[in-house]
Design a binder for this molecule. Structure first.
Ligand code: SF4
Length: 243
């Protein structure tokens, strides 16, 4: 079955979200794979702790489902290693999505360190644009974002419409807390990025992710684009930033 959500109103989404509010993450996941063909409902992940938890639920609800990651070419070696461990652990189809823009070509066109000179543009070229292209023929985009991660995510719903990407966006862990995530990882002995034990609450690209001091460690997004006002790469901003 495949439902058409293009004409859904805010009331339609509100009614659906009301169904999921007191229920575990399996409920929105089961809804997604009942509503859409498996090939058109894909999870995106940067292999953070929340993403690992969502992959654990996803495998139980829909073995073989697709999980894509945006390979910016500047992820940490520990992240690529975790990708390989998750590939071995879960019955999921982990897919690499790439901008097609090499670091050399980017340097030639935009300068050696675009992430320093214009991080919004760098994120657009290496993350936001490839995401938009990848989702162009998809119906639903599953994410592991949580309301407690940042003010920009505080209003995340279980199910919402992404104008920027023209897909249904599904956030089954929207109401989970940082403690919920780590308790689940411990209970099920799930793999996670070892950098989390070395002062990195959030792990993105190497040039834009710093180790943080202990007093900042409770902020789930601390250490990303330090010393700038930038808080998000743009994947979860609506409307999506333009080039
Ligand atoms: S996080 Fe940094 S390196 Fe990665 S795409 Fe954005 S600006 Fe570029």
């Amino acid at each position: 079955m495949s439902v058409s959500t293009n004409n859904w109103t805010d009331e339609d989404f509100a009614a659906l979200n009301a169904r999921f509010e007191p229920r575990p993450p399996q409920a929105p996941l089961e809804w997604v794979f009942d509503a859409f063909e498996m090939e058109t409902a894909v999870m995106g992940s940067g292999f953070g702790a929340s993403g690992v938890v969502l992959m654990h639920f996803l495998e139980r609800v829909q073995p073989g489902a697709t999980v894509f990651y945006l390979d910016t070419d500047v992820l940490f070696p520990e992240t690529y290693n975790l990708r390989d461990r998750l590939t071995a652990r879960f019955d999921l189809n982990i897919v690499r999505v790439h901008s097609g823009l090499s670091l050399d070509d980017q340097a030639e066109e935009h300068g050696e360190k675009l992430w320093e000179d214009n991080p919004d543009k760098c994120c657009f070229l290496r993350k936001v644009k490839p995401l938009r292209q990848y989702l162009a023929d998809k119906s639903a985009w599953l994410t592991a974002i949580r309301r407690d991660q940042s003010p920009t995510r505080a209003d995340a719903e279980y199910v919402e419409w992404s104008d920027a990407n023209e897909v249904v966006k599904v956030n089954p862990l929207a109401d989970w807390t940082e403690d919920d995530i780590w308790n689940h990882i411990d209970r099920h002995n799930l793999p996670y990025n070892p950098l989390h034990n070395e002062g990195y609450p959030s792990i993105g690209c190497m040039p834009c992710t710093d180790r943080v001091e202990e007093e900042e460690a409770d902020d789930p997004r601390a250490g990303r684009w330090s010393d700038t006002d930038k808080k998000e790469c743009g994947l979860h901003l609506e409307p999506e930033p333009a080039e």
